[in-house]
Design a protein around this ligand. Structure first.
Ligand SMILES: Nc1ncnc2c1ncn2[C@@H]1O[C@H](COP(=O)(O)OP(=O)(O)OP(=O)(O)O)[C@@H](O)[C@H]1O
Ligand SMILES: [Mg+2]
Length: 719
């Protein structure tokens, strides 16, 4: 019943055999014996038999031992042995006297000796002479019961070469716990060391500081650049928390960032958009750029931080920014300076033109008086030569008047009649004239925006702008070329407005470009100056661009010129878009007529001008009272003049300006019409150069016809 079922049947046979020859002996040599428990389970058994002769015959006693544990131990030992057999590492057992007791195939592979050759031999054959002493110390430690891990050393191979190995040594104890030997596991680390050396080489060759940090934030490796950058020796860095390289203020937050990176270790620049800072050993800091990458190693993730000191770059950036703002400031200053200069030149030019206009008025009108007299006295051509001379005087005076007009336009003091107009219409109306002006060598190209918005400007002035620019372009293209006139709507935003001293809004851009000589850099700042010309004496007056400047700025716009010497010139005029509805066409000028005894009070401080005006009116049927000042005009009105039809007054006069006088006269003579005479519109015009409604102005110098036409016009229209 104690025998398992499978062998129960043969057991009585065995039993009989034993009894036949009952020497004490272990049972079942060579076969596995097993016992059967009551519950039917079995166990491996070792059984020894002995027979005792008793009165009742032979009694066989069987000593049964359960050998489960021993069997297991044997199995484990066999497994371990096969693991050792198949291990890639060299596993060697040796006595404390260094005699080799076991040698696995890994050892054979690593060292080149077969087991048969090494078993029983002293381990010394494997140890290079210089390492032996050190090795003995290690062994002593193991003999004391210590375990030594990752002991880096060298071994000699059978072929005489050396191999770098990492050893783990552990004591072998006997059943009683006495240390009797040493087990050594050796791993070839040549490859790994080579890889490590390569890595280190790369690290050192990198131009930037590199700090390798393990997953706990401990610095594992640094290069020489990192030592230099942070001011530490590498021994002071390796093994420290990487936070020592982070400034105090952000140190606490750093482990969090670090964990965040390790959780998702893609290579990336650190702290994009924020300024990173590194901390040197002496506590000073520097702006840093850091990029991170991670490598998986045997010891876990190793994060490599490439740290670059960007102090210099930041300084360069700051310097560049400083230079840029400086340049911008200089540019604005120059621009301001330029517009102030043009402003004061304008005042000067306007003043000169004013005085000059009076003189021209006198010259041309007296010339025409003389001409009339001569014609009356000698109508049959006897004085023809004199009449021709007079005509020359008049023509010269007209040309001079043209110049003063240009000056006044530059000074923004010309009387203008702005209308709501489409610049395209003006361009089209002068196109033929321009083609003739340019000559056949120059091609005119127009590129006009179809949806161009209206502006408020004097069409005659815009024509003048186009003609002046076309003439300049023609002069700049003696060998021929192209002149392009473009129009477009454009928005001026805040930045552009600040640059051009304009208000933000919609503008019409009129762009005139040529393919001519261009303008040298040292000249371009002065081209808007009146009388600035590079042309030979007598060819250019230097008023063309000055006029353009005055006209456009008077209309609330802006002009800029851009030129590339050798390539050409682009002039861009910006005019503000108007919200006003288009005007009806201006009425044709009224025909000049004589007066019918109407009383005209003339006030003019310049004697010659006063006299000319008086004579023109007197000989054309008007009753004239001429006075040199406002005060005298008022006193005449209060003393002997009880009625006037027209007050014809100069604008700029000493003591009392024309406007003040007009206000006073209107009180005394509410029905009187007021006409101002001036070439100089200061104080009379609004900001846009427009006359107040009901105010009439006659430009100096004026001819007889013009004065008469004006008077007729205001006397026949209802006020
Ligand atoms: N399109 C251009 N290409 C090259 N240079 C130009 C151009 N426009 C003007 N300039 C330069 O600017 C100067 C001044 O021009 P501006 O029109 O004011 O006077 P001007 O042409 O010399 O004389 P004016 O026009 O009074 O007859 C010219 O003398 C010339 O040197
Ligand atoms: Mg010109």
């Amino acid at each position: 019943m104690l025998v398992p079922d499978g062998v129960r049947d043969v057991h009585p046979g065995h039993r009989a055999e034993y009894v036949a020859d009952p020497r004490p002996r272990p049972m079942g040599a060579g076969t596995e014996l097993a016992g059967r428990r009551r519950d039917g389970t079995t166990f491996p058994a070792e059984i020894s038999l002995s027979a005792i002769d008793t009165d009742q015959g032979i009694l066989v006693s069987a000593a049964v031992r359960d050998v489960t544990a021993r069997r297991l131990a044997a199995e484990t030992a066999a497994q371990l042995a096969s693991i050792i057999q198949s291990s890639h590492d060299a596993v060697i057992g040796k006595t404390l006297d260094q005699v080799i007791t076991s040698w696995n195939p890994g050892a054979e592979r690593l060292y080149g000796y077969p087991a048969a050759e090494m078993l029983g031999r002293h381990i010394e054959v494997l140890i290079p002479v210089p390492d032996r002493e050190r090795e003995a110390e290690v062994l002593t430690a193991v003999a004391r019961g210590e375990r030594v891990e990752q002991y880096q050393t060298r071994r000699l191979r059978k072929d005489g070469t050396t191999v770098d190995v990492s050893l783990t040594l552990s004591p072998i104890a006997d059943r009683a716990g006495t240390i009797v030997g040493v087990a050594t596991v050796a791993r070839d680390v040549t490859e790994r060391q080579r890889a490590e050396a390569r890595f280190r080489g790369l690290l050192e060759a990198a131009p930037d500081a590199m700090v390798c940090v393990d997953s706990c934030g401990k610095i594992a490796l640094v290069n020489a650049q990192a030592e230099r950058l942070f001011g530490y020796h590498r021994d002071g860095l390796v093994g420290q928390q990487v936070e020592i390289l982070v400034p105090d203020g952000v140190r606490d937050a750093h482990p969090g960032h670090r964990a965040g990176y390790v959780a998702d270790p893609r290579p990336r620049p650190m702290g994009a958009d924020i300024q990173l800072t590194g901390r040197r050993r002496d506590g000073t800091t520097f702006p840093a750029e850091v990029s991170l990458s991670a490598i998986d190693t045997d010891d876990g993730i190793l994060v490599t931080a490439v740290v670059r000191d960007v102090t210099e770059r930041m300084e360069i950036l700051a310097e560049r920014e400083r230079l840029r703002t400086q340049a911008e400031r200089d540019r604005l200053e120059r621009q301001l300076h330029q517009s102030r200069r043009l402003e004061s030149l304008g005042q000067l030019a306007g003043g000169v033109a004013h005085d000059f206009n009076n003189l021209l008025g006198v010259i041309s009108n007296y010339a025409s008086f003389v001409g009339d007299e001569v014609a009356k006295e000698a109508p049959d051509g006897r004085w023809q030569a004199v009449r021709d001379d007079i005509k020359q005087i008049q023509q010269a005076a007209e040309r001079a008047a043209g110049l003063t007009h240009q000056l006044l336009a530059f000074a923004r003091q010309e009387v203008i009649q702005p209308r709501v107009l489409n610049i395209n219409d003006v361009v089209e109306s002068v196109e033929q004239l321009l083609v003739r002006t340019l000559g056949e060598h120059v091609e005119l190209i127009t590129d006009l925006a179809g949806d161009l918005l209206p502006v408020l400007a004097d069409p005659g002035q815009i024509e003048q702008v186009l003609v002046n620019l076309a003439v300049n372009a023609r002069d700049a293209m003696p060998g021929g070329g192209k002149l392009t006139i473009q129009t477009a709507n454009t928005d001026i935003d805040e930045a552009a407005a600040a640059q051009a001293e304009l208000t933000v809004g919609r503008y019409v851009a009129l762009k005139v470009s040529d393919t001519g000589t261009g303008i040298p850099k040292d000249v371009v700042d002065r081209v808007f100056d009146p009388f600035f010309t590079t042309k030979p004496k007598g060819e250019g007056s230097g008023l063309g661009l000055a006029t353009v400047y005055g006209i456009i700025t008077q209309a609330g716009g802006h002009v800029r010129i851009y030129s590339e010497p050798g390539m050409g010139t682009i002039l861009t005029a910006l005019l503000p878009v108007t919200g006003k509805a288009p005007d009806a066409k201006a009425p044709p000028p009224a025909q000049p007529r004589r007066g019918h005894g109407e009383t005209v009070l003339v006030v003019e401080d310049e004697a010659a001008m006063r006299e000319v005006t008086r004579r023109i009116l007197a000989r054309n049927g008007y009753h004239v009272v001429a006075t040199p000042s406002g005060r005298e005009a008022l006193s005449a009105l209060s003393r002997h003049l009880d009625h006037i039809d027209v007050l014809l007054t100069d604008v700029v006069m000493p003591h009392m300006q024309g406007r003040e006088l007009a206000d006073k006269v209107r009180i005394l003579q509410p029905a009187a019409r007021v006409v101002f005479m001036s070439g100089y519109t200061q104080g009379l015009l609004g900001a846009q150069g427009v006359l107040a409604p009901g105010v009439h102005l006659i430009e100096k110098p004026f001819s007889e016809t013009i004065l008469l036409a004006k008077l007729h016009e205001i006397l026949t229209t209802q006020s």
